[in-house]
Design a protein around this ligand. Sequence first.
Ligand code: ASP
Length: 326
Amino acid sequence: MSGAARVRIAHGVAIHGGVGTLTPERMTPELKAAYEADLAASLQAGRSALDQGGDAVDAVVAAVCVLEDSPHFNAGRGSNYDERGVITMDASIMRGADGDAGAVAGVTGVRNPVVLARRVMERSEHLMLIGEGAEAFARTQGLEPVDPGWFGTERRRAELLRALERRGGRPNVLGDAEPTSDPTSKAGTVGAVALDRSGTLAAATSTGGMAGKTWGRVGDTPIIGAGTWASPRCAVSCTGWGEYFIRLALAHAVEARMALTGASLSEAVRAVIWDELARQVPRSGGLVALDADGHVELCFNTPGMYRGWVGEDGVPHVDIWGEGTS
Ligand code: ASP
C-alpha cells in the first residue's frame, strides 16, 4: 500500500463508509453508482457546512448524517441487527481544539446518533450516555424518537439470519468474512474527519455494530481513542473489527506515534493499520485521518473501504477498492 499520491488540502473533509466492501465481481454498476452517490453527497454536505461558516464539528456531523440516513451503510438507517433482531447504534464525536468529546451507545430510536453524541458533548456534563438514559437525554434535547421501522432493512435482516447460523464462528464485521447471496449486506460503519478554515480538526464515527452481535455488545465506535480521536495534531475515524481497535486504542495510537516518535500522519497510520492491527488480525480494518497541515490519509488492510475526500475546490473524490493513500 505505498506509492499512491499523497493528498493535501487547505480545509475539507474525508469520510469512510466501512471496510466491509463487496468484491468488484459482486458489485453491480447500479449499486456501485448508488454507493458513490451517497459518498459524494456526504462529502458535499460536509463541504457546504464549511462553506456556510461552520466549523469542523459541523462538517463531520453533516457528512455522517448523510451516511446514517442512507440505507446502504451500517449506521442509522440500514444498521445491522443484534442477536435479538433489534437495532442498537453507537456513535461518537471529538473536537481537536479543546479535546471535548461526546458518545452514545446502544441507542435504538434516534435517527442520527451522531447528532445525539454531539449534544452529549455540548449540552451535558458527561462524555458518554448509553441505552435508555441516552434516549431520555435525546428527548430532553428535542430529538424526536423515530419508529424502529425507519432503521430496518430486509438485507440486514437476512444478514442477521446468516450471522446467527454462523454462531460460534467469527462475527461478521468484515466484507470478506464469507460469501453471501445478498451482495448489499456487507457495507459498514461510517465516519468523517474535517479540517476547518481556522485549523480546527474534528472526527465522528457511527455504527450499527456487528451483525448478530450479542445483546449489549459495544464496539470501538463510541470509544474515544479506539474508534474516534481528534486533537490539535490529527483527527481519526476507524472502521473494522471493533474489539481489536479497543485493545490497541487504535485511533489514539496514530496520535501517540506522531507525538512520541515524530512520525508523519502517513507513517503513523501505516504503522497502526499494517503493523499493529494487521499483525493481530489480518484484513481487519481501516481509517480515515487528517492532520493539522491538511494531509489526508485513507488507509485500510482490507480489499476495499468505501471512502472519499473533498478539499477547498469542492470536488468530491470517492473510491471503493484499490489502494488507499498510505
Ligand atoms: N467497528 C465497528 C464495530 O466493531 C464495525 C465496523 O467498523 O464495521 O462495531
